[in-house]
Write a protein that binds this ligand. Sequence first.
Ligand code: GDP
Ligand code: IMO
Ligand code: MG
Length: 431
Amino acid sequence: MPGTVIIGTQWGDEGKGRFTDYLAKESDLVVRFQGGHNAGHTIIVDGQTFALQLVPSGVLYPHVTPIIGNGVVVDPAVLLAEVDMLESKGVDTSRLKLSGNAHLIMPYHQELDRMTERYLGRNKLGTTKRGIGPAYADKALRVGIRVQDLLDPKIFREKLDLALREKNGVLAKVYNRLPLSGDEIAETYLKMLPRLEPMISDTVFLVHEALEADRPVLFEGAQATYLDLDHGTYPFVTSSNPIAGGVCTGAGVGPRAINRIIGVTKAYTTRVGAGPFPTELAEDDPISDLIVERGHEFGTNTGRRRRPGWLDLVMLRHAVRLNTCTEVAITKLDVLAPLENLKLCVAYEGEDGTRYEHVPYHQSVLHKVRPVFETLPGWSGELDRNVERLEDLPTAAQDYVRFVEDYIGVPISFVSVGPAREQCVVMPRAA
Ligand code: GDP
Ligand code: IMO
Ligand code: MG
């Protein structure tokens, strides 16, 4: 069963999209299995930049069937806008498939996302305000509306009215907002059906058909391990399971369908939104601005400045375990080029002096740990972006990569030194 998974090992934006694009070259299907348009995956090909939110990153290859799986939450207007954007750039999207079991993001989900964030005040999570949390909450409450419901306007309207009865009550009575109109929502959503209908498919069947025929299937994670609803830094997480295990529920396959799991990490760390971050750089540390500027660390999706920090190997090793990664890909090594010294977090020290070499499960402990760093020398000079082998990088850069590899215990299979498709070193065993 030739299934490969790409997941983020940090707090998102590791560069999953660019590696999905890279590996899609060898894949027949590329499947999104969780999240929604809170994701922003950037791919640069021949100088053209594509920022994808819902459409799987494999769409750029004509031989790939991109699939939006049942575990994704879909705002259909965003999906169609993305399809239009791709078509306007000359990308054929006619092969795109959308699971009939995927849940729809409705206007009240977005409104509730905004309202709950506002009411949380200084305790807010810093969500993307895309309605992701409320849509997954309705799925769990069993009052969600699915893509397949659009195929029967009568059923769609019944489900919408049922949902609106409660949502409008909450919006009006709790948040002092105007009620939303069922007529308007139904009209807007049903008007999109003619364009959506050709995409709606039994995606679970398509995935199994490919796996059984030994055709390679790539599962593209969005968000990341520490944004996972169960394993991330709760409550500062998203509402889905971005870990590799999420593929099973979100695409409808068993664990035996997966034989390769690639965890993507930046050569440093970033986080958007609130929550603990042990290796975060102080705001007034000049290295913070340097990383943000050189790495263009502003959200693909929301434009927010990402919080930068050193690479946290304690978290990375834990992520390798949680996802049973067979290998790790490192991105953005080029960003660190001007730095004289590079710090890597190899342990934490708790408030009471306890040393942790694993991520403490208790949030209060994690909030207060102090990172224990090893310092490696930098390479003080721009990396050649056309390198093809690790040995072509400066020795200090090779040492940095090898240090990470030794610590986490699985091979590093890719190292990227620039955002473009080809600006990447592929280790011989991954080729
Ligand atoms: P994703 O959400 O994990 O797919 O990552 P994003 O696309 O949100 O963020 C990664 C950003 O880093 C994008 O702007 C990429 O173009 C950029 N990027 C990816 N790999 C590299 C790299 O090796 N070097 C540099 N300088 N930029 C990179
Ligand atoms: P990609 O796929 C980085 C963060 C938000 C917020 C938290 C919850 O591009 O790596 P949500 O809207 O999901 O309820 O927000 O999760 N977040 C991301 N951060 N990259 C992402 O996706 C993210 N998707 C959600 O900033 O802290
Ligand atoms: Mg992103």
